[in-house]
Design a protein around this ligand. Structure first.
Ligand SMILES: [Zn+2]
Length: 667
């Protein structure tokens, strides 16, 4: 009780400080201010969601937490009337306390496994999923019954919370839970531990990270690249295949048992962007809007590659996937040197500058943190610095896929990045730190609102800041380049670099879930077209083809991608790559810049930062379109922000492809 009061007071103080700051710029009137206070007061009287136990180690304690939950589950508040809002609120508090503890346990166990892949850590996850699933089975039907009434409630918190809770999935039997958990760990292990060996020496073998990833970025030899590409896709994809198919079968069965048509419908419901048809038509439209720009980029890149690798592939058709500077051909900027519009004024090589200035890995994290704090966002916590995994440990298997974790417990936020001192990782650090900034910004929300406005938002935050951070305008401030370096040619090269990272990613991200939706809907025959369908989509929507003949019965090339082997939805990245341009443009406008957006840098602008923070602090307490509106005045996803940014490049490409006689399109 006492602790709750303290939290309540701290919140009020915080709100006051925050509001005084914001008021200076936004001129909230007094009435507004009073209303906000009222709101938060009301919320925290009714939503007693804070976890009161503090473990003496400052970490969530698995055994103790399970024990506390056991006791609490025995004492579920009695329900005599599902339409009674007071009863509903009381039950929600009970539910939130328990699920918050389970969340804390799950994130710790996941962290332990991903940073130390052992049998023991795998079993801990599996064991825990059996411990917590009875609670899900108990609570979901109740949440659904409440929702029948609360969906008409005038109390927004109740309406939203029960609406979301009743979308959850439960598995009715332990056998499925065990099976799914085992398959999921196996998939993760295959992906993280697959090695590719030299052609004539199977004693020399390489992991994906860092060797193979790096090879695909820097190697230029067509056949060596082919070795890397094929080695990884055969080695990983073929072994993912027999695990992935039964895994999604269990999930499919499970989603149906929970009243969904299929897994696709379940994934789509998460975005709160309408039903399947509405959602997919929004995404389709955006891709269509972007396609003319993409085709010009594709045409230019293919034209250059045809000069570099003559007679290797049809210069009017799709591009082989292995020569674009990335294992999955999802971003092509690593080969910018070959696709530079004006090779006479090359872009600053950030990797080289980092090396010349003798920047350490720690420095890179400080550069990123400094950007966030310059706009009044948060410094990283002491636990962030002491508990994150910043480099690949030499002594054990880990999952090197960069990620950020909200451990949900007393300022414990972490990243896991096998960092190398180079430009790509500098960007990745901004991306992951963006997740952490979001976690910290909405930490004061009730537990059920501590999430991105939708999952696309979460992926867009760090990317937005990263775009400013590598902009020519900012590199001058970092003393990486001189002001005189920036010319029209330099700017065009920079736009090309960004397009190779951001625009070409869109068709790729689109296909990732287009393919899986088709698979989840049983529209793909496993024996006849499991792999071929993937390439059919990649050719149709991106003009990218496999570099060698593939075998439908053994190969599973989509499985050679992390987010497929871990069954992570991907439309969120598509959405994020649109949203980040809306955030970016919105913040430049707040700063008064509407033209030459690529030369905009909000570094040090505390007013703009406060507005950004205001949006982040909302978590998912409001519909995402409202959240978006607070920063950008936009209320929907729109491709125009991307097109605005790249407009000068698009013009240039149309002229240049024509002048060089490079064909455009591939069908
Ligand atoms: Zn991310």
């Amino acid at each position: 009780m006492q602790i709750n009061n303290v939290i309540y007071i701290v919140l009020l103080i915080h709100l006051f400080q925050y509001d005084t700051l914001a008021r200076k710029y936004l001129k909230y009137d007094l009435q507004d201010f009073e209303n906000q206070l009222d709101n938060i007061r009301k919320r925290f009287e009714t939503f007693d969601l804070e976890n009161n136990e503090i473990d003496r180690n400052g970490r969530a304690d698995t055994n103790r937490w399970n024990q506390l939950n056991d006791n609490e589950i025995q004492n579920m508040p009695p329900i005599d009337d599902y339409s009674n809002e007071k009863t509903a609120r009381h039950w929600l508090q009970w539910y939130s306390r328990i699920s918050q503890r389970y969340y804390q346990i799950d994130t710790v166990l996941e962290w332990n496994y991903e940073t130390n892949i052992t049998e023991e850590n795998e079993q801990a996850i599996s064991k825990q999923s059996l411990i917590s699933s009875p609670f899900d089975r108990l609570s979901l039907p109740i949440a659904k019954r409440f929702n029948e009434h609360m969906k008409y409630s005038r109390d927004e918190d109740l309406r939203v919370s029960f609406g979301r809770l009743s979308k959850n999935l439960i598995s009715p039997n332990d056998e499925d839970v065990k099976q799914a958990s085992k398959l999921s760990s196996d998939l993760s292990r295959v992906y993280s531990t697959t090695k590719v060996c030299e052609l004539n020496n199977d004693e020399i073998c390489y992991n994906l990270s860092p060797y193979l990833e790096r090879l695909m970025q820097v190697e230029k030899d067509y056949d060596r690249l082919l070795w890397g590409w094929q080695g990884w896709h055969d080695g990983c994809g073929n072994n993912i295949r027999p695990l992935y198919l039964p895994y999604i079968d269990i999930l499919d069965k499970n989603t149906k048992e929970n009243g969904y048509k299929d897994l696709a419908e379940y994934w789509i419901s998460d975005y709160e962007m309408g039903n399947d048809t509405v959602f997919e038509s929004i995404i389709d439209q955006i891709l269509q809007d972007i396609m003319p720009l993409y085709e010009q980029i594709h045409g230019f890149v293919r034209g250059r590659l045809c000069e570099i690798y003559p007679n290797r592939f049809d210069c009017n058709g799709p591009i082989p996937a292995h020569i674009l500077g990335n294992m999955w051909a999802q971003q092509w900027h690593e080969r910018l040197d070959d696709f530079m519009p004006h090779p006479d004024t090359p872009l600053a090589n950030i990797t080289r500058i980092l090396e010349e200035k003798k920047y350490t890995i720690k420095h890179m994290y400080r550069i990123s943190e400094n950007f966030f704090t310059s706009i009044n966002l948060y410094s990283m916590t002491s636990k962030f610095w002491s508990l994150s995994m910043f480099t690949k440990p030499p002594d054990r298997d880990v999952d090197c896929q960069p990620s950020a974790s909200d451990m949900g417990y007393h300022n414990d936020y972490r990243v896991k990045i096998c960092t190398i001192v180079d430009e790509d990782y500098l960007y990745t650090i901004h991306h992951e730190m963006g997740h952490v900034e979001y976690y910290m910004s909405y930490a004061k929300q009730p537990f059920l609102y501590r999430d991105g406005a939708n999952s696309g938002f979460h992926e867009a935050i760090g990317d937005t800041i990263g775009m400013y951070a590598i902009s020519p305008a900012h590199l001058i401030k970092l003393d990486f380049i001189d002001e005189e370096t920036i010319t029209r040619h330099y700017e065009m090269n920079f736009l090309m670099r960004m397009a190779l990272q951001k625009v070409v990613f869109l068709p790729y991200a689109y296909v990732m879930d287009k393919y899986r939706f088709a698979l989840f809907r049983h529209q793909i025959n496993h024996d006849e077209e499991l792999n071929a369908k993937w390439w059919e989509f990649r050719i149709r929507y991106g003009g990218i083809m496999p570099p060698v003949e593939r075998n439908n019965r053994v190969n599973f090339d989509p499985g050679a991608k992390y987010h497929i082997s871990t069954n992570t939805p991907y439309a969120r990245y598509f959405i994020a790559h649109i949203l980040q341009f809306q955030f970016y443009r919105g913040m430049c406008r707040l700063q008064g810049q509407t033209k030459r957006l690529h030369m905009c840098d909000i570094y040090g602008n505390k007013y703009v930062g406060e507005r950004f923070k205001e949006m982040l602090a909302m978590g998912n307490s409001k519909p995402w379109s409202k959240v978006l509106e607070t920063l950008t005045a936009d209320t929907k996803l729109e491709s125009q922000a991307v097109l605005d940014f790249f407009q000068p490049l698009h013009q240039w490409l149309k002229m240049e492809n024509l002048a060089r006689g490079y064909p455009v399109g591939w069908m």
